[in-house]
Write a protein that binds this ligand. Sequence first.
Ligand code: ADP
Length: 153
Amino acid sequence: YIQKSERELVVNMIKNLKINELKSLPICVDEKVSVYDAIVTMFLEDVGSLYVLQENYLAGVVSRKDFLKAAIGDADMKNMPVGIIMTRMPNIVVIHPNESVYAAAKKIIDHQIDALPVVEDIVRDGVINYKVIGRISKTNITKVFTNLEIGGE
Ligand code: ADP
């Protein structure tokens, strides 16, 4: 067992690690893009989810499962816009760049999703819009542990 002081060091390290230091580039598509083109983008960019924009602000998320659902639903993928099948706002779980990696891990587990869009709030006509500035996934969070080189060989 590790000592309490050692545990506190690790906990503080993880709680002080900010999203901004760990985030990846987000891959975004416009809501009018076809389901087919969005699938191609997902393959080319090697990600598991895309952020869908309406007038450059976050409108939704589309992931592998959403595409599988569209496939078994017999959708016309070349003509159907991705906006039809995405999970949409306000049901999108987001994180801000100054929040901790711990907060992101908690949201990912609590909502059973693979990644979160990192956003900046833009207030327009008294309404908050999200500008997508990054993406934090289970992979980014796993990197915290490999960067520690625990028992590194
Ligand atoms: P996968 O489809 O590869 O299992 P996820 O577990 O991330 O990927 O997605 C599962 C479902 O949750 C999908 O319907 C997706 O649209 C939705 N989803 C993904 N990310 C988010 C998020 N940040 N907020 C809300 N819903 C999300």
